[in-house]
Design a protein around this ligand. Sequence first.
Ligand SMILES: Cc1cc2nc3c(=O)[nH]c(=O)nc-3n(C[C@H](O)[C@H](O)[C@H](O)COP(=O)(O)OP(=O)(O)OC[C@H]3O[C@@H](n4cnc5c(N)ncnc54)[C@H](O)[C@@H]3O)c2cc1C
Length: 448
Amino acid sequence: MSAMLAESRSDQATAVVDVPSSDRKRVVIIGGGFAGLAAARALRHADVDVFLIDRRNHHIFQPLLYQVATAVLSSAEIAAPIRQLEAKQRNVTVLLAEVTGVDLASRTVEASSPGAGVRKIAFDYLVVATGMRPSYFGHDEFARYAPGLKSLNDAETIRAKILGAFELAATTEDEAERAREMTFVLVGAGPTGVELAASLAQMVKVTLRGNFRRIDPAKASIILLDAGKRVLPTFAESLSRRVTRRLTKLGVKVVTGVKVETVDEQGVVAGGNRIPSATVLWTAGVAASPVPKMLGTKTDRAGRALVDPFLKVLDAPGVFVVGDAASLMQNEHPVPGVAQAAIQEGNYVGRLIAKELKGRKVRRPFRYFDKGNMAVVGKNYAVLERGWLRTSGVLTWLVWAFVHVLSLPQLQNRLRVQRQWLWSYFTGQRSSRLIPEPPAAGTHEPGR
Ligand SMILES: Cc1cc2nc3c(=O)[nH]c(=O)nc-3n(C[C@H](O)[C@H](O)[C@H](O)COP(=O)(O)OP(=O)(O)OC[C@H]3O[C@@H](n4cnc5c(N)ncnc54)[C@H](O)[C@@H]3O)c2cc1C
C-alpha cells in the first residue's frame, strides 16, 4: 500500500499526516488481538487499504498465558507475529506503534513508534480493538507487588517470581521467611485465578518433587482469595461448587467473601488478617485500555465504549469499537469479554465495512452466538457451561484441550503445544522452568 506523508499543522510540529495516496478508502484497525485480527481478515477481499496498528509485534493467545506463568509452555508457543499478516493479505499494512490519540474531527489517529516518533494516520473507517488491562480498583500501588496476567512479560515475571520464591526458601535459615516464600496468594477467583492456582498446585506437588534437598515444595501454601461469594462467578453455582471441591483436593485453600485491603512487600492484608507472602498475584479486575476514552464517547465503569447494536460509536460515522473494549448489551446481559465474542464482533464489523464499501446497507445488528464457557482446573479436569448443558471432568478436559490446540494461531504452535502437553502429561515435567538472569552491571549492550 502506498501512502503520502503531508506536513501537519504547525502546532503539532513532530507529527506528519499519513494520508492514502490511492483512491481506495482506508480502514485503520487499532489492536492486533482476537477482535482486530478478525476484522482485518474479514476485509481480505474488500477493495480497501487496511492499516493494522499494534504496540506489540505479536498476537497473544491469552487463554494459555497461565501455562507460561507456570512453566508448562514457553512464550513463543502461544504467540504469533502480527506482521506475517502482510505476507498473507495483500491489502494489509502492519505498523508497530502505540496509539496515543484519536481526533475524530480530522479523522486521524496519532501513533508513536519506538525510535520513529509520532505519526498521524488518516482513516475513513476506524476500528478500535484495544482490549483490556489489569485493574487494581483504584489501588494502583498494589501493581508493584502483585503483577497481573495480560502479556508475555507478565507471564514471565510471574514464573520468575514463583520459581525464585522456592530458591530463596531453600537458602534462608529463617523459618518465618521460609514460610513467607512458600506462600502464594492469588487475588481473584475468576477463570484466570482458578486456572493459575490449580496449575501451580500441580507444579509444586509433581514437577518440583525431589528438586530441593532443604525444602519440600509440596508443603507450599496456595491461597485463592475473592471478595465475592464463590469462585467462577460467571458460571452456574453447581459448577462453582465442583470447582471449589477440586481446588481443595489439589491443595488450594479457597477463601471467598474476603476483601483484600492492602498488598505490600510483606504480603496481603485481607479481611483484617495479614497473610505473609512473597508472591502475590493479581487475577481480579480488568479495565479497558485508554483508547475508547480518546473517542470522547460514553464509556461504562470499566472504561469500555458504549456502542450501538451495530458496534458503532454514537455520533461518529465510520467509527467502531469491538472486543473487550466495547460495552454491548444483548437480551439484557452484557456480551462477555471472551475471545469468541471478540472474534465474532471483529468479523461482523469487517464484513459490515466491506458491504458499506460496495454501497450496500447492513440492516442486521450484531448477534453474539455463545459457544460455551470453559475453565480448566489442573490435569484431567475442566468445566463447561453451554446454555442448559453443564459438564465437568476428564472428558470435558479433553474437549478443552482439543478446542484450545485448534484455536492457537499458526500450525507450528499447535504442534509444539501438543508435544509439550504430552510430555508434561506423562512425565509431570515442565520444560520452561527458567528464571531470566538479571543483566550484569555495566555489561548491557543495546541491541544484543
Ligand atoms: C489471562 C487471560 C486468560 C483468558 N482466558 C480466556 C479463556 O480461557 N477463554 C476466553 O474466551 N477468553 C479468555 N480470556 C479473554 C480473552 O483473551 C479476551 O476476551 C480477548 O483477548 C479480547 O480480545 P480483544 O481483541 O478485544 O483484545 P486483546 O486480545 O487483548 O487485544 C488487544 C490488542 O490491542 C493492542 N493495544 C492496546 N492498546 C493499544 C494502543 N494504545 N496502541 C496500539 N495497540 C494497542 C494490544 O497490544 C493487543 O494486541 C482471557 C484473558 C486473559 C487476560
